[in-house]
Write a new protein. Structure first.
Length: 192
């Protein structure tokens, strides 16, 4: 009797594990970050230092701690700021450290990325565009491999995990969430 009950529980667990992303037939709503113009770790920037005797243009990437490094002033906090806010922060730092009395700074974002891994043909970084959705990111990564579980794709945004059904997203554009710079996607391997 106990063996039969245990077998039924295991079978019920397997069937439940094969269910879709949620019982309503919808992908979860992934909340947007405060602003798409907010700088994040991984963003590539071009910073021009002008109006000084030794003008320069610096290509930098915001590191994992949200910091960039510039000539003469070293580390500057860049993440969670806009390009205008970072421009002001850099100007103030050069003046406060008495490197320059007056300096013109220009900050521009050159590239932002989304990361796609797991069971896709070409895992890696994909250049982010404002219209990039989860399904488009999978396509840009070469599509699913033969072993992919298209109903179980994890998206991580700001250290929170959301499970998506990409088949559902492909059928209904309203179920295909837009990705944001720094998002990470992981396609699970199918159990079968």
């Amino acid at each position: 009797m106990h063996l039969r009950r245990a077998g039924s529980i295991v079978l019920l667990g397997i069937v439940a594990g094969c269910a879709g992303v949620d019982s309503t037939g919808h992908n979860p709503v992934i909340p947007s970050v405060a602003s798409a113009s907010e700088l994040r770790p991984g963003d590539n920037l071009t910073i021009a230092i002008l109006g000084v005797p030794d003008p320069s243009t610096n290509a930098v990437q915001i590191d994992d701690q949200g910091v960039i490094s510039l000539p003469y002033i070293g580390a500057v906090k860049a993440s969670d700021a806009t390009t205008a806010g970072l421009t002001q922060r850099i100007q103030e730092t050069y003046v406060a450290k008495k490197i320059y009395n007056s300096v013109d700074i220009s900050v521009s974002v050159t590239e932002r990325y989304v990361y796609v891994g797991g069971e896709v043909e070409k895992p890696g970084r994909i250049i982010w565009t404002p219209d990039l959705t989860a399904a488009k990111a999978i396509q840009a990564a070469g599509g699913f491999t033969l072993y992919a579980d298209e109903n179980k794709v994890a998206v991580v945004r700001k250290q929170v995990l959301y499970n998506l059904d990409i088949k559902l997203a492909q059928k209904s554009p309203a179920e295909d969430p837009r990705l944001e710079p720094g998002d990470s996607m992981q396609v699970a391997r199918s159990a079968f």
